[in-house]
Design a protein around this ligand. Structure first.
Ligand SMILES: Nc1ncnc2c1ncn2[C@@H]1O[C@H](COP(=O)(O)OP(=O)(O)OP(=O)(O)O)[C@@H](O)[C@H]1O
Ligand SMILES: [Mg+2]
Length: 357
């Protein structure tokens, strides 16, 4: 937009919004009247016009009219040097905190690239996904891969194969809400008549080949099956999928997962999915020791979807806490030393080809 358009837009805003925009940019802005504030803001905007307009749009609650160019990384030589502020520093006095906007990046930059990929891109399964599906033919499988890696694909394809072979499939999650979501998702994939749900609140299509339930309901089914009192057929059961199976470590509910695994009929394959089991080898070894078939572990820690973590400043800017490819990362030196240590440890663990990007 032209400077005149920007001035008009600023003039249309309430003074409170102008003060928010001025925070960290203009010294003692709260003393200025609206006219004076707009003048100073306009002068300031010349230093980083794109960033200024982007912040204004965020405060107004609109999307920028055109994508703002990504701001230069804050540590780059082109970055504006902080102006000395106030009285000169006395010896021994701590340096003043940098102005707040120096620490952050606009929220829109931070969120760039998130969303559902375009459906025109061909879906190519990852090698670990194919390996997990293949291994389920002859063994139980524990999948321990980061969040957002595509564990659902393994569950869906394994279920599809079992149903095609006239076996029934049970999928469990630890939460009623997640079970409801999966019921909707799987009904779209397999067709409504192929999917049923059994939770404390809902009981629909209980004879369907793919049943969704909470893990507690499945454990209770296995209990009741001992007395022959259930209306779900277990003799045709071919596959049991325990999603979010890290709950096995939960001090109170973990026993439910243990009992479900122990009571699971031997002819059914078990598929445990989790992003956060700390000791997947131990779980796989335990399954191998108590079940008739060996258990295969699929494990990796490379994130397909990079983790983004940041501190949201009241001025609407974010200080990123991890280095994420393509996103300016601000000043890690301003982190608390313990936070910095943890983040560097995280980067070491998750970026095998060298930490610093
Ligand atoms: N091989 C692949 N290539 C590209 N996209 C994929 C692939 N596999 C899965 N996806 C997509 O990745 C996204 C996340 O998948 P999914 O929900 O299965 O992750 P998850 O591993 O179950 O994560 P969480 O731990 O959060 O439950 C989905 O949009 C899915 O379509
Ligand atoms: Mg999942």
């Amino acid at each position: 937009m032209t400077t005149e358009e920007l001035e008009q837009l600023l003039a249309q805003q309430p003074i409170a919004l102008l003060h928010r925009l001025a925070r960290g940019r203009v010294q003692r802005h709260f003393r200025a009247g609206k006219r004076r504030l707009i003048e100073v803001l306009l002068r300031h905007s010349a230093e980083n016009r794109a960033g200024f307009e982007s912040d204004l749009m965020i405060l107004i609650g609109e999307k920028p009219a055109r994508p703002a160019p990504a701001p230069a990384p804050l540590h780059a030589p082109t970055a504006r040097k902080p102006k000395p502020s106030g009285a000169p520093r006395r010896p021994g006095q701590r340096p003043a905190e940098p102005e707040s906007q120096e620490l952050g990046i606009p929220l829109s930059t931070w969120l760039e690239g998130l969303g559902v990929p375009s459906s025109s891109q061909p879906f190519i399964p990852d090698a670990w996904q194919e390996a997990a599906i293949a291994k389920l033919r002859e063994s139980d499988v524990v999948v321990s891969v980061p969040t957002g890696s595509g564990k659902t694909y393994v569950a869906v394809e394994a279920a599809r194969r079992a149903i095609a072979e006239n076996r029934t499939v049970i999928y469990t999650s630890p939460l009623k809400a997640l079970s409801n979501t999966k019921y909707t998702e799987f009904s779209k994939i397999f067709g409504a008549d192929q999917v049923g749900i059994l939770t404390g609140d809902r009981r629909e299509n209980g004879q369907a080949p793919l049943l969704i339930m909470t893990t507690e309901i499945l454990r209770n089914l296995f209990y009741d099956a001992g007395g022959g009192e259930i209306d779900v057929r277990l003799d045709t059961l071919g596959l049991v999928i325990l999603d979010e199976s890290q709950y096995i470590a939960d001090p109170e509910r973990g026993v439910v997962w243990e009992e479900t695994i122990i009571f699971c009929p031997s002819q059914a394959k078990l598929l445990l999915l989790s992003a956060s089991i700390g000791n997947p080898h131990d779980i796989a070894d335990w399954l191998t020791s108590i079940r008739q078939t060996p258990c295969h572990l699929i494990k990796h820690s490379t994130r397909t979807v990079p983790l983004r973590a940041g501190y949201l400043h009241p001025n609407g800017k974010l200080s990123p806490l991890f280095r994420t490819a393509g996103i300016p990362h601000g000043h890690p030196s301003h982190l608390h030393p313990e936070a910095k240590r943890l983040f560097e440890q995280y980067e070491d663990e998750t970026q095998p080809s060298g930490r610093r990007r």
